[in-house]
Write a protein that binds this ligand. Sequence first.
Ligand code: NAI
Ligand code: MG
Length: 324
Amino acid sequence: MAERVAVIAGDGIGREVVPAAVAVLDRVGEFEFVEADAGDAVRDETGAALPAETRALAASADATLFGAAGETAADVILPLRRAVDAFANVRPARAYPGVDALQPETDLVFVRENTEGVYAGIENEIAAGVTTLTRVVTAAASRRLADFGFEYAAEGGYDVTVAHKANVMGVTDGQFLAAVRAVADERGAAHEEVLMDALATDLVMHPEDHGVVICPNLAGDVLSDLAAGLVGGLGLLPSANVGPERALFEPVHGSAPDIAGEGTANPAATILSAAMLLEYLDHEEAAARVREAVTTVLAGGPRTPDLGGSATTEAVTEAVFARL
Ligand code: NAI
Ligand code: MG
């Protein structure tokens, strides 16, 4: 039976890059695509940015491909990630031959805690002018993430760097670090522990010294966007939100209202997200073909304006098709 893939294009350029990625998936595999709405446009129509049936679809599909939401992003993507119990957010940041990158040696994969930390959503105003935020770090979530990160690194032949700030947040990041060390011990795996602020500097100056970066939620959000800057921009970064039973794939970028509707959005991030989806569903060979096609097109063009070219989303997608 064909695997069921939920397709949620969302807003802005999500509606341009998701169809491109779906066409690629359709070309290399046999899937049952089920489309659903989410984002600003649905909110304006119905009052709810994430309709219950969209959430239910993501919670039951074999995998979900999501584009981007606009100002309702937090109301859409956070519940969607919860719907698939996505505990790990995987964000590869690779420099591609032919693409102007600040650091052409970059080959990083951020494995980011996706359920807690300072994004647990516990904020309060406890008195006028006094606000607080509660950071949640559990041994179970830290362990589950570390296990996933070390496994991913072992499979891909990457070194492991762990980002933390246990010198200041001794209790919460202390626990995070203890979980990582325990997993490393059990696996007999090496890892390097780096304070997250110092790591920001090192990633800019020596990204080639790092591979898989296991990090708490906020640190992973910030450091992966920093890495996008090293490799040529947000149009190139795919991501996976992986849960125990299912997963959701999305470009790291947002709805890009500044270019939406022009037909010039770079589809690479979303097509590469589709390649991660293929890999997750054990279609390794198809995933490799898609990655190779994207890499070839990035190297030789055509390229969209964000990469210095003048090609449309459609022309780039056609070129990827031709390489498949
Ligand atoms: P953004 O990622 O949408 O855009 C940042 C810059 O990168 C813009 O100049 C944009 O044109 C460019 N860019 C992004 N993706 C591109 C692509 N594929 N091809 C060419 N250029 C690309 O982030 P921004 O501007 O901060 O947010 C815009 C909207 O997107 C906001 O409403 C925000 O809430 C939402 N957002 C949604 C996310 C999601 O749904 N996961 C993630 C980030 C932002
Ligand atoms: Mg972000």
